[in-house]
Design a protein around this ligand. Structure first.
Ligand SMILES: O=C(O)CCC(=O)C(=O)O
Length: 265
């Protein structure tokens, strides 16, 4: 489905822009579902109000309760694209997550890599971040440290905002360097985006995002995380409690009600 060059870029850099891969129809449906979620967030909501009164709405595992998010995770082009990018023969849905920076919600998203936050091990683990608005530097576009997915460095999860989820110290996890203090030392990549554009990125890719400094535009992002053939459950210390699966043990195959198989070759 994808040009070989796109797959090569994903594997080399750990992140690649997929322009316009999500149709206007999906964008409209996901936007409506986001409003439903904001009005009635479920148990995994991690939204908060900033000191300036502006709102950041975040939530996860929302496909489990909303038919539109469910259908997007299962039936959009994403599972097949994940298989292509990772070279996988089977795709499980790990979970989905919303990142809505309302106008003036200027808190940056801290630099991190995702997999230390997650109870999953393996190399075939990735995400797709969908833009639901035009995204520019001043509205909080994502940035990645190119090729950091190959560093094999597990950075300690920390709360994304004061009062956010706390994390146990993971075994062999280290503190993230201050990337903003030394930006020239890193090969940073990022893209302005239009609604329907998606960034595909590896779960070990170091990334962050600016705040939304614009007062005339929201920055709605919706991310879906998928795993491929070599991913297994991890029950040890470090990851987010809300993503754990009480029915699995370390080393188990992920396929389960919580992490359903959504695509097979
Ligand atoms: O949208 C953001 O600000 C952060 C997104 C992110 O970290 C992710 O999708 O893993």
């Amino acid at each position: 489905m994808l040009p070989a060059e796109t797959i090569e870029t994903f594997r080399r850099d750990g992140a690649v822009l997929l322009p316009g891969v999500i149709s206007g129809d999906w964008v409209a449906r996901v936007r409506e579902a986001i409003e439903r979620d904001i009005a009635e967030p479920g148990p995994f909501c991690h939204g908060y109000t900033l000191e300036n009164g502006r709102r950041f709405h975040g939530n996860m595992r929302i496909w489990e309760n909303d038919p539109t998010f469910h259908d997007y995770c299962f039936d959009s082009p994403l599972p097949a694209l994940a298989a292509d990018l990772m070279g996988a023969s089977r795709i499980t849905l790990f979970y989905d997550q919303l990142f809505v920076k309302e106008e003036g919600s200027d808190h940056p998203t801290r630099w991190h890599n995702d997999q230390p936050y997650w109870p999953v091990r393996g190399r075939q683990v990735m995400s797709f971040w969908l833009a639901l608005d035009e995204v520019t530097t001043d509205s909080g576009r994502l940035e990645f440290v190119a090729s950091s997915h190959n560093w094999e460095r597990w950075f300690q999860p920390e709360p994304f905002a004061p009062g956010g989820a706390e994390y146990e110290r993971g075994e062999n996890y280290e503190d993230i360097p201050d990337i903003d203090a030394d930006r020239d030392a890193y090969n940073l990549i990022g893209w302005d985006m239009q609604p329907g554009d998606v960034i595909a990125f590896h779960a070990m890719a170091v990334h962050g995002a600016g705040g939304n400094h614009r007062l005339d535009r929201r920055r709605r992002g919706y991310t879906v995380r998928y795993c491929g053939d070599d991913a297994t459950y991890f029950g040890g210390p470090g990851p987010n409690a809300g993503l754990r699966n009480p029915n699995l043990n370390t080393g188990d195959d992920l396929a389960s009600d919580q992490y359903p198989v959504v695509w097979t070759r």
